[in-house]
Design a protein around this ligand. Sequence first.
Ligand code: GLC
Length: 573
Amino acid sequence: MKTRTIAFFVAFLVFSIPPLGAQSQTPDRLQWFREAKFGLFIHWGVYSMIGREEWARQLLQIPLKEYQYYADNFNPVDFDPDAWAALAKDAGAKYVIITSKHHDGFSIFDSQYTDYDIMKAKYGKDILGPLSSSMKKAGVPLGFYYSIMDWRHPDYLPRRAWETNRSSRGADFGRYMDFATNQLKELVTKYDPAVLWFDGEWEHSNEEQRAFAIGKMLLGMKPTLLINDRLFKREPGYGDFGTPENYVPATGVRNPDGSPRLWEACCTMNWNGWGYNRTETEFHSASQLLRQLIEIVSKGGNLLLNVGPQPDGRIQADFVARLRRMGEWLKTNGEAIYGTTASVFERLPFFGRCTVKGNKLYVHVMGWPADGRIRLPGLKTDVKKTYLLTGPGRPLTFKQTGKDVIITLPERERDPDATVVVVELQGPPEVEPYKIGPERNGRVELPVYLADIQSEMGQRAYLDHFYRTTMLANWQNVNDYPEWVFTTDKAEAFDILASYASMSGGQAGYEVEVDGQKIAAKTESSPSVYFPKTFPVGKVTLGAGEHKLRVRITSIVNNHAMNLEKVVLVPAK
Ligand code: GLC
């Protein structure tokens, strides 16, 4: 680790140019991307013909000879680049990233450096050329995904473990990197991309992959080009933006020096895989995707949402419908997304998110509070006026009491996914940090919307609103968990209660962990999956000070643990 860090530092000194580091000296280069907030990712290649994701050759252990059939016969007769550009625009996406060459090594563009490209396939026509023109016409910046890992190139090493009859004799990784470098130059010269989005970087070191030399070369060719962190093995602070994959970081992304980092979460609409999967039946709902976009933007990031077009070039209805719904919402609410910055509130005491533009706050209300009011805690700046972003702009009533602003929402005019309340302030927003602690009756209430939701790749659990209340729903991944930090002012014993809804008699395992002390429990039955009930979990004694509480699931029944509403600590009698 240490030598790696040192090697990294040396490489950085030698090859670094300001735009690649954390402290970019030309922020304008990043401006369009920072403001774009929403991009469309496209995974498309000969693997789409198999219809089992982009890893098909590896997952199904398809020998090269056999895979050649797909490379020869790829023929997307229905590919219509104008239609793709129109779809991106309809979705409200402000840029598009497409796979120029994925791990299988096939180039979907006209490359002079290989025959393993679209020109030698049945289709026989360039794809990235026409796509670049269509996107340019539509005013949508286009970027290229490029996989360093290459399962086909004779000089790429290592071979896949199962490819025992493919000798690596004579292979020369350096020569492979010459090839990759040529292709990258070719991509920039021929198609003038806005972004180079690297991937498949995990099998070699930065030195072997010539990361800094390539970065320098590319920026020399096109100084405004953006490069993601994966060229540099996702080392924190390197590249123009971080790329969390299929999850939303609990509290956004920071540089090693603590400054906010430009980041983009790439996410699939279906459960798994990026390339076309003809057997896929499960998709996140449009509502969930929209709220995910809002959550990401409220944490200062971009969403790069993926589609895997069919082998004929059409994009399946499941994807199109979701993108159109997002576009519809963005058409009227886009002002609250594009060009905004991260929330000024660390947390909000209701299911909602905040984005900011100058002296305006946009409060995205996703769970309508039962009393029809929302509280903006610790907002010190005076409020000028507040109104719904859509509709006639009628002013809403608000009260500025102490350090809180309380806004009364209208009875109707709600958007089922997120209703945006605009709060115009007298000056730049100033907010006091939010502290969770005992209420007047001594109870510590920990609703899920006050938690940081920790997750790893493949997040499945998300907040959803169920008529009267908000719960952490669809919770089936043991790596997803809510975490609260709260303070108490004296040593005290508490009864722990959990309020959740649970299916089919429950019996899923879960654990409440307070300051590292674990209390195991099994879920019990609630009246329905939608309707939570409160159950005792156990007891805990806490000293005065700051505490950390987590709920983790330990076993699942019927693909489900529970819908969690809140944890409550009640002073023990
Ligand atoms: C992963 C996968 C790849 C996909 C990419 C998107 O690295 O290997 O198939 O293209 O993620 O972020």
